[in-house]
Ligand binder design. Sequence first.
Ligand code: PNS
Length: 157
Amino acid sequence: MRTAVYPGSFDPITNGHLDIIERSSKVFDKVIVSILTNSSKKPAFTVEERIEMIKKATAHIPNVEVDSFDGLLVNYVHEKKSNVIIKGLRAISDFEYEFQMAHANKMLAPDIETLFMMSSNNYQYLSSSLVKELANLNGSISELVPECIKQQIEEKF
Ligand code: PNS
């Protein structure tokens, strides 16, 4: 059984995240989407809200699990009996930060591989921050987030 962990803030989940989840669910037997709970970032949505939104948005994918973690990602990946971290890579802006994290994780846990999946073209410039900014200013987020959670996001702002 090949299990991969897809970690992130998912504040909130976007179509860009969903694209990575759908594609990686075809490569692995199980994909665990996991929210970092002890982030220094101040989230707009609670962990419970974010879990609920991811569950709704991935309800059509049978081999996806939604969870949360704190502390070191590599410890969590071991706990889940996995050795693969999935990361989405957009344009060039993500590269430096992701490169650094992949190296740190490799140093901490040499048995764990970080696999990067390039974001699909339409989502290269999509981020949770952009979604929050648009929602806050009453701009349309229809193209950017799964339809089933759009209302919940709009209600928050
Ligand atoms: O969606 P994000 O905010 O870019 O996700 C970042 C995340 C959660 C993947 C990253 O911050 C993380 O893995 N944090 C856990 C702490 C950790 O293991 N740090 C060591 C790697 S540098």
